[in-house]
Write a protein that binds this ligand. Structure first.
Ligand code: HEM
Length: 137
């Protein structure tokens, strides 16, 4: 491998690579749903989800892989995510958005995702979560 290629690869690292790839992403998604299941403060969004979170874990993992610039696993299996349309059956306002974001913030902290990477991810998660709002207030 040439030096130039090495430099290019470091400067063009994706978020997916920066967090540590598939294994770390699985850990993050698992922690996210474990917390949603455990913490009373996320009950408002927990009750919208199925009792068994297995498929929720799998789908969020597949989606975030592509969303972070890694393999586009969700699209390969299910086609275009139509994420906003898929959330329309659930009433999502500011409180639900903020529960989701707080749960993800706590999951990232527990998985030792810190610094600029943490800040950048929180900002991107905010944009996506805010776009999912379908109820005033
Ligand atoms: C804003 C607050 C949000 C709430 C209350 C919420 C809630 C839900 C619920 C109830 C489901 C359906 C149950 C399931 O299939 O697990 C779901 C599915 C999903 N959500 Fe969210 N969600 C939110 C934000 C987000 C964000 C920010 C992302 C991505 C960054 C996301 C990604 C997904 C994906 C990939 C699915 C599976 C879609 C499918 O059925 O194929 N959600 N969400």
């Amino acid at each position: 491998m040439s030096d130039q290629k090495t430099t290019q690869q470091t400067t063009q690292q994706t978020t997916y690579e920066l967090i540590g790839g598939a294994e770390k992403l699985r850990e993050l998604v698992d922690r996210f749903y474990d917390l949603m299941d455990l913490e009373a403060s996320y009950q408002g969004i927990r009750i919208m989800h199925p009792r068994d979170l297995t498929s929720s874990r799998e789908k969020l993992y597949l989606f975030l892989s592509g969303w972070m610039g890694g393999p586009d696993l969700y699209v390969e299996q299910y086609g275009h995510p139509r994420l906003r349309a898929r959330h329309l059956p659930f009433s999502i306002g500011i409180s639900e958005r903020d529960q989701w974001l707080q749960c993800m913030r706590q999951a990232m902290k527990d998985c030792n995702i810190n610094g600029i990477l943490f800040e950048r991810l929180m900002q991107s998660f905010f944009t996506t979560a805010d776009w999912m709002r379908n109820r005033a207030g």
